[in-house]
Design a binder for this molecule. Structure first.
Ligand SMILES: *Cc1c(COP(=O)(O)O)cnc(C)c1O
Length: 394
């Protein structure tokens, strides 16, 4: 069967080599510690599961849901935004339920990008932003995220002609994979640029609740005028350990929300209502367990950051997300570093280049394994003899 060009033009899957190696090393009987997977290991809080069970018993939830989400769910989202960010949203016009935020981020270009239009995409970044752009026939303009710029895109470096042709811009702070955070000043600059060029900013706020040391990640919608030009994507996946449940939402600019909704009426039929009731329970119910999860991730972060520093490896202390992003020691190639780490000490990290060319020189550790395993991984790193590797530069 001949694949369509849009699939053929997707870049090669850069983690294939690591995946193969992982199977190979496991087959040798090695107890592999996998720090590659960005999927919470902590269970969904029980009161959310009970809400799903109760709702699933009610035959009313078994029918087709409304495509835009139950008003009660959208109201819960609006109330949560008011409480968390002091941003007032109209649940009818400015909130849309999604089958996970990935679904919405991928579909957005279908609503607003014509073939040949430019979409501004962070590099390194979540691969869905570029894939969604290409599926809509758009052209990706990569915005490199560099450490010397705190992993924020340099908006002034976007050529004027490119900015003029751009229809959409993706941002994601706290960021996957770099764990960087953005300031309100940066968002204000972004809003200014976007408004002057008519660019729709799609901010992926997935990690707003995985925050450490008292830091509070802002919403771009807190910025004056943002609502004219921006939407935000969020979901319950990471905050409440609900990745398998598929429940997210898009909020902000009413015409952007309506445009995405129009795509969705043509491709899906909304989120199972029992899952939406569970989402209401998550957003409006007790937050003590997600608070505890946050502390758990923070402790894990400290084990990893402490472990890397003890080795003399360079690392920034993340203020959010459940990732640690660090420069590959000895300036080695990130894929070779990850492969050798796996072969020699049985620890999987993700090579930065897998998230885009500007990720080269870095690797990502996911804090989604128990403390004891992380501590063991750090212990194993002590036995990893970097200086023997080809290309090592102290
Ligand atoms: C995990 C993740 C997502 C996916 O979220 P879902 O709501 O589960 O679809 C989206 N964006 C980023 C940056 C992520 O890391």
């Amino acid at each position: 069967m001949e694949l369509a060009d849009r699939l053929k033009r997707l870049p090669p899957y850069l983690f294939a080599e690591i995946d193969r190696k992982k199977r190979e090393v496991r087959a040798r009987g090695v107890d592999v510690i996998d720090l590659g997977i960005g999927d919470p290991d902590l269970p969904t809080p029980p009161h959310i599961i009970r809400a799903l069970q109760r709702a699933a018993e009610d035959p009313e939830t078994h029918r087709y849901p409304s495509y835009e989400g139950m008003l009660a769910f959208r109201q819960a989202v609006a109330d949560w935004y008011a409480k968390r960010f002091n941003v007032r949203l109209d649940p009818e016009q400015e909130v849309l339920a999604l089958i996970g935020s990935k679904e919405g981020t991928a579909h957005m270009p279908l609503a607003f990008v014509n073939p040949g239009d430019v979409v501004l995409v962070p590099d390194p970044g979540y691969p869905v932003y570029a894939a969604g752009t290409w599926f809509a026939g758009g052209e990706v303009h990569w915005m490199p995220l560099r450490r010397q710029n705190a992993f924020l895109p340099d908006l002034a470096a976007i050529p004027a002609e490119t900015a003029r042709r751009a229809k959409l811009m993706y941002l994601n702070y706290p960021n996957n994979p770099t764990a960087a955070v953005a300031t309100r000043e940066f968002f204000a600059e972004t809003v200014k640029l976007a408004r002057s060029h008519g660019i729709l900013v799609c901010h992926d706020l997935m990690y707003s609740e995985l925050k450490f040391d008292g830091y509070e990640p802002p919403s771009i919608l807190e910025i004056e005028g943002a609502r004219e030009t921006a939407v935000e994507f969020h979901s319950l996946s990471k905050t409440y350990s609900m990745t398998g449940w598929r429940l997210g939402f898009c909020v902000g600019n009413a015409s952007a929300v309506a445009g995405l909704g129009k795509i969705k009426t043509n491709v899906d039929s909304g989120v199972f209502q029992a899952v939406q009731y569970a989402g209401i329970a998550a957003l409006t119910g007790p937050q003590d367990l997600s608070e505890q999860y946050r502390r758990t991730y923070q402790k894990r972060r400290d084990i990893v950051v402490g472990g890397l520093k003890a080795l003399g490896w360079d690392v920034d202390i993340p203020k959010g997300t459940f990732f640690v992003w660090a420069p590959v020691p000895g300036r080695l190639d990130s894929r070779r570093f990850a492969t050798r780490l796996l072969e020699e000490v049985g620890v999987v990290v993700t090579p930065g280049v897998g998230f885009g060319p500007s990720g080269e020189g870095f690797y990502r550790i996911a804090l989604t394994v128990a403390e004891a395993r992380l501590a063991e991984a750090m212990e194993r790193l002590k036995g990893f003899r970097l200086e023997r590797l080809k290309g090592f530069r102290p």
